[in-house]
Ligand binder design. Structure first.
Ligand code: PMP
Length: 354
């Protein structure tokens, strides 16, 4: 830290992104990216948009917002497109949390939530999950704080039902509930249809996972018009041109290719089932993941040792050092060939460590 760095950030611990190695060719199962390329329509549109990079992009992202509103079955005024869903999550922390509206989220969840709270100097509470990593919905009912719930949760992959989400939203009519649906397209139920019924609900989603565009940085929030106006106030006060031209074009392209997105999600769900079956045959315990990753532990294999040994064999998974989950690894679901290679490597490691 330099001597000029503001005191107010002295204790800020930044978010640690998953490894993006530059040295070896790894099978990358560590950052929940899609193993499939972006839609050809997105690639072509982004290339064409590069010809106009001398111009600022449309600050309203009009056509892009309309394209996603159509997919979601809502009005354009009920959607805000952002630079990854991280951006809209940060906007929500800025817009709806302060000393009188602290943030609340599970103690095991997306690691960026406490960082958003810290950088915005927002008090926050972390509610423990049950021992089986499920969220106890009653803990959040009538809590009267700004709630952030990842559904499915990360890194567990466990999803709440729509009825459970609705119970939380309905019991907190005077507080905002943000449902982070980064992984919803892999088998969970979306809360988007509830936005017309509840004026305190914001749903966020991303093009980083199911739409193979993590590198483009495109996410969005869905909520009633008044909330979207609030979030736009934050956007126009931080980064009015938040979606660059190439990403905007790629987003419009991928929105026209829903069949490709759906087919890829189906394949990922099949590969998830295959991998979980194989892991269970080897004695692993897996959570009931509805995401594009598996969260697994083995009674006789240390979580960190497995992570290290897989890395030595050229396979990257994500290991978290937090004591409650350090026995586990989070394994992104890739192609069938990648998952077969992963299972082969796990089998070898089990032989070697016998
Ligand atoms: N929410 C959750 C639960 C995530 O795991 C991630 C990805 N790291 C995000 C939001 C943010 O994703 P992005 O900014 O790429 O949309």
């Amino acid at each position: 830290m330099s001597r000029f760095f503001s005191e107010k950030y002295a204790s800020l611990v930044p978010y640690t992104p998953g490894e993006q190695p530059k040295d070896t060719q790894y099978i990358k199962l560590n950052t929940n990216e899609s193993p499939f390329p972006p839609s050809e329509k997105a690639i072509k549109a982004a290339g064409e948009a590069a010809r106009e990079l001398q111009l600022y992009p449309d600050p309203e992202s009009f056509a892009l917002t309309q394209a996603f509103a159509d997919i979601l079955g809502v009005k354009r005024e009920e959607v805000l497109m952002t630079n990854g869903s991280d951006e809209i999550l940060n906007f929500a922390f800025m817009a709806y949390c302060d000393d009188t509206h602290p943030a609340v989220f599970p103690n095991i969840t997306y690691g960026f939530y406490p960082v958003f709270a810290e950088i915005n100097r927002i008090p926050y509470e972390e509610i423990p999950l049950r021992d089986d990593f499920t969220i106890n919905v009653d803990d959040y009912c009538g809590i009267g704080k700004t709630i952030f719930i990842a559904n499915p949760n990360a890194p567990t992959g466990i999803a709440l039902s729509l009825a459970e989400i609705e119970k939380i939203v309905a019991s907190n009519p005077d507080s905002i509930v943000v449902v982070d649906e980064a992984y919803v397209d892999f088998g969970a139920e979306s809360a988007v249809p509830l936005i017309h019924q509840y004026d305190n609900l914001i749903v966020t989603q991303t093009c980083s996972k199911s739409r193979s565009m993590a590198g483009a940085r495109l996410g969005f929030g869905v909520a009633n018009e008044a909330l979207i106006r609030d979030l736009n106030t934050i956007k126009y006060s931080t980064n009015p041109y938040n979606i660059n031209r190439m990403t905007m074009a790629a987003g419009i392209g991928v929105a026209q290719d829903e069949a490709y997105t759906k087919a890829n999600c189906k394949t990922i769900m099949e590969n998830r089932a295959f991998t979980m079956d194989e892991l269970k045959k080897l004695g692993f315990i897996c959570t009931d993941s509805m995401a594009n990753f598996i969260f697994a532990t083995h009674p006789d294999l240390d979580g960190e040792v497995l992570y290290q040994k897989l890395k030595e064999k050229g396979i990257l998974v994500r290991h978290f050092s937090k004591p409650a989950i350090c026995a586990y690894n989070r394994i992104t679901v890739g192609t069938r060939a990648q998952m077969e290679a992963f299972i082969r490597a796990v089998r070898q490691i089990m032989e070697e460590t016998k």
